[in-house]
Design a protein around this ligand. Structure first.
Ligand SMILES: Cc1cc2nc3c(=O)[nH]c(=O)nc-3n(C[C@H](O)[C@H](O)[C@H](O)COP(=O)(O)OP(=O)(O)OC[C@H]3O[C@@H](n4cnc5c(N)ncnc54)[C@H](O)[C@@H]3O)c2cc1C
Length: 439
């Protein structure tokens, strides 16, 4: 199925899941005496619960569902939908607070009906989830702690919201709606079981063994793994996988890394990893023979989606070279004759990775490499400074409008480069970016 059709299909499934509870509410009988504001409040509450439930599907990493969009787009969507759903939760509460204050009753859990207390508890859970997710970095919350809390609080919030809805039993008990709610809740429970138990269990059946750990620079290493007793994974160059090392696949201690080796050699997968924090700091201590697990491949950042392209321009910053190395190596293994340009930006000369490998690739590909340094040594012959429109204009070939562009590096670099390419009238649909940050 082509990717546009498949995207439309998945959007349709998303809308069906989100709108189903609302449709049941609107088409079913309503409690006598309920007016517009009451109905509006109930509708926003139901829509919010449905949207929050579907949040699990968005991050469950179903390969077919992620393929047409790319996982970064899905995470962005997940984030945006969470904010909208939370706004609906607030609207649900505020309408009742303003128009029907008596319906809220006391806040004291000892005196309030249980379902109202569960409703309040759900609201609290969702508030904490939203605040800690939007401001995680400014609040200095470590990633693991945040992720665990995120999963636990969202699950608890949804269970509490379910009990709250059941307590307002008119909506739950109205003829024909009970089977629907049972099916709806069962779906979420099965989804959680699949994501948290079945998927990690299947990963455990497919271990990989570390073959080599090689220093690329003072703070970046290439880790090579090989499938142990199974066929490994087939991937498109530029894609990434979640890597688990020195932890159980059930432990949620996995990290996404781009595959930097050739897609034509799936028997040995390489990841080029820069020391950025707790886990990546340990990569240099990993030794051959250790066991790793992979969940992948994922991502839409790949030359394989543009088979008819006249040529490719790759623009990398620092470790952003990793997925681009995979694309270059794959093109070389495929003996691809198309013209290629790599603009590779680094702060210092010592930060340049794969210098020899790139030289070797030049003899197998129609490849030109432009190195760019922000802080060049006095004897530096190459380009200096940041990526600018002038630099690109000087180095891009004549047929620049026919080429596909792949950008991977720090956010400020990709943003400036996108703006420069836009100013050079490169169509937006031909510019593809990967950011090494999902949240
Ligand atoms: C699609 C993608 C591809 C990537 N490819 C590469 C690559 O090829 N090479 C490379 O060096 N880095 C890559 N990264 C970045 C890499 O995943 C993070 O640097 C690494 O997870 C940091 O973990 P840490 O424990 O060392 O750092 P920490 O100090 O714990 O975290 C630093 C930051 O990294 C992010 N992060 C941490 N853990 C995770 C996680 N489990 N999942 C998602 N984000 C997390 C968070 O934003 C966090 O604030 C990629 C990221 C993404 C999203």
């Amino acid at each position: 199925m082509n990717s546009v059709l498949s995207a439309v299909l998945w959007i349709g499934i998303y809308l069906a899941l989100v709108l189903a509870p609302l449709a049941i509410l609107l088409t079913g009988p309503r409690p006598p005496g309920s007016g517009f504001w009451w109905d509006l409040s109930m509708a926003t509450g139901f829509a919010a619960v449905a949207m929050l439930g579907v949040q699990f599907v968005l991050t469950a990493r179903f390969k077919r569902a992620t393929a047409p969009f790319g996982i970064d787009i899905l995470y962005y969507f997940h984030r945006t939908m969470a904010i909208i759903a939370f706004a609906l939760v607030c609207a649900h509460y505020l309408v009742i607070r303003v128009v029907y204050p008596d319906a809220l009753g006391t806040i004291n859990p000892l005196m309030a009906p249980g379902y109202m207390t569960f409703g309040r508890a759900a609201f609290l859970c969702f508030t904490i989830v939203i605040v800690t997710s939007i401001w995680r970095k400014s609040l200095h919350i470590p990633y693991y702690g945040w992720r665990l809390t995120h999963v636990l609080l969202t699950t608890a919030g949804l269970i509490f919201a379910g009990i709250h809805i059941e307590g307002v039993d008119y909506y739950y008990e109205a003829p024909g709606t009970r089977p629907f709610w049972v099916a709806f809740v069962s779906f979420w429970v099965l989804l959680v079981v699949y994501v948290r138990l079945i998927k990690p269990w299947r990963m455990r059946q497919r271990p990989y063994r570390v073959m080599d750990v090689k220093a690329e620079t003072t703070n970046t290493w290439t880790l090579a793994v090989q499938p142990e007793g199974h066929a490994g994974l087939r991937f498109h160059p530029g894609q990434f996988a979640w890597l688990t090392l020195r932890a159980s696949p059930f432990a949620l201690k996995e990290h996404p890394f781009s595959i930097s080796s050739s897609a034509e050699r799936p028997q040995r997968l390489e990841f080029t990893i820069k020391d950025r924090g707790d886990f990546t700091h340990t990569v240099s201590t990993i030794t051959p023979g250790e066991i790793a697990w992979l969940d992948g491949p994922y991502g839409a950042f790949s030359i394989d989606r543009y088979v008819m392209a006249a040529g490719f321009v790759f623009i990398a910053g620092g470790v952003g070279i990793a997925p681009i190395m995979s694309m270059l190596r794959t093109l070389a293994d495929r003996q691809d004759p198309r013209p290629l340009l790599l603009v590779y930006a680094n702060n210092q000369k010592e930060g340049i990775m794969f210098e020899e490998a790139l030289e070797a690739l030049k003899s197998r590909l129609t490849l030109r490499v432009v190195h760019l340094l922000l802080l060049p040594p006095s004897d530096w012959q190459g380009e200096c400074g940041l990526i600018t429109q002038e630099l690109l204009e000087k180095n891009l070939p004549e047929n620049r409008q026919q080429l596909e562009y792949f950008l991977c590096g720090p956010k400020p670099m990709t943003q400036c480069t996108e703006a420069a390419l836009h100013a050079l009238r490169i169509p937006l649909r031909q510019v593809h970016s990967e950011l090494f940050d999902l949240v």
